[in-house]
Design a protein around this ligand. Structure first.
Ligand SMILES: NC(=O)C1=CN([C@@H]2O[C@H](COP(=O)(O)OP(=O)(O)OC[C@H]3O[C@@H](n4cnc5c(N)ncnc54)[C@H](O)[C@@H]3O)[C@@H](O)[C@H]2O)C=CC1
Ligand SMILES: NCC(=O)COP(=O)(O)O
Length: 332
């Protein structure tokens, strides 16, 4: 890559803190070019609410390096109705998805090298009539990728998930030999290729308390997880587990694991967010494009108040930059 990474930043749910983060970004230099996908009027209004100066330019390639001097380059995605910080509006959900579509198509066409997403509100998107469980699943669908892996990075650990946004009652059935094998293959491959870890060690949680206690507290470990791990170990992967999830994240294991695989969302993310909330990054592995995201949600309670912290957004941009550079360095 003989240019700075070109990153599309989607502003996410306009009633949430995504717009606050974009306005703050205008005042923070990063070693990349940034194109913000947002409603320009909503951006200006949020800057005024926050009392921060903001100059907007329409996106025309090439965009200069992001200097953090109060300027943003914007690919406009207008909301249907004026945005009120902290108040969801079902009529503005189509614009939220449109931001994702524009960023994705820019990544696919080569106009952007990566996309970084500010948080969306899954509930209001569904209320608007769009079936939506998260960016992860949406981007998988839009790129016709059969399976992807959500991994969060923060607090000195990488935590990937075997299942993502599923009701707990559906988790066990979703952990099939095929899905788990594919998840581990994607995780292993991306740790090698994108994170330059030549022989990654992955610690894998069980699903049940005490990893099933030899079958007395559940059989998923015996029937599914252990056989999958055995098969992949035979292929050369370094896999430790299935481990009781309550002790898997010990300091000793943190020092030895390149990544942890949790069986469901809150089994893994509670630990990671306890260690690094507001500084961590969510990255989608297995996609044909680079996508990273903040580790937090829309924070409607503080939108427009000036209390939103930028740390996770900056970490997400930095990881996107690192992944662009590692992709460039990889032999064809
Ligand atoms: N990447 C994404 O699009 C994500 C979206 N969400 C969505 O966000 C919505 C709200 O989720 P919640 O569980 O309430 O979590 P949340 O992260 O929005 O809020 C939890 C608490 O953390 C605070 N907080 C969050 N980000 C902050 C920041 N940058 N600076 C300072 N304080 C911050 C909030 O004010 C709140 O008190 C849900 O609809 C959820 O689906 C949640 C996580 C990620
Ligand atoms: N807890 C992670 C989260 O909700 C974000 O998911 P996604 O929108 O990145 O798929």
């Amino acid at each position: 890559m003989n240019h700075l990474p070109r990153i599309a930043v989607t502003a996410g749910e306009p009633a949430g803190i995504g717009l606050d983060l974009c306005v703050q970004l205008a005042h923070t230099p990063v070693p990349a070019t940034l194109v913000i996908l947002a409603d320009p009027n909503a951006l200006r209004a949020r800057a005024a609410q926050l009392g921060l100066a903001l100059t907007l330019h329409p996106y025309v390639s090439p965009v200069p390096a992001h200097a953090g001097d109060g300027q943003l380059y914007v690919l406009p995605v207008e909301t249907a109705e004026p945005v009120v910080a902290g108040t969801l509006n079902v009529r503005n959900s189509a614009a939220v998805l449109s931001m994702l579509d524009h960023a994705l198509s820019g990544c696919q066409s080569g106009a952007f090298d990566a996309m970084v997403t500010a948080p969306v509100h899954k509930g209001i998107i569904n209320e608007a009539g769009f079936a939506f469980t998260g960016h992860t699943e949406y981007l998988a669908e839009q790129t016709a990728t059969a399976q992807v892996v959500m991994m969060l990075v923060g607090g000195g650990m990488r935590v990937a998930l075997a299942t993502t946004h599923l009701p707990l009652t559906q988790v066990s059935a979703a952990i099939t030999p095929h899905a788990l094998t594919t998840t581990l293959r994607i995780l292993h491959q991306d740790l090698v290729q994108k994170f330059a870890i030549s022989h990654p060690t992955i610690y894998v949680a069980g699903l049940n308390p005490h990893a099933g206690e030899g079958g007395y507290l559940g059989r998923e470990e015996i029937d599914t997880i252990q056989p999958v791990l055995d098969q992949l170990r035979a292929e050369g992967m370094q896999l430790i587990g299935p481990l009781p999830a309550d002790t898997m994240f010990s300091q000793k294991n943190l020092a030895q694991a390149d990544a942890f695989l949790a069986m469901y969302h809150d089994q893994g993310l509670t630990v990671l967010k306890y260690a690094s909330f507001g500084e961590g990054v969510n990255v989608t592995l297995g996609l044909p494009i680079i996508r990273t995201s903040v580790d937090h949600g829309t924070a409607l309670d503080i939108a427009g108040s000036g209390q939103a912290t930028l740390g996770s957004m900056l970490s997400a941009i930095q990881l996107a930059i690192d992944l662009c550079q590692s992709q460039q360095a990889r032999p064809l």
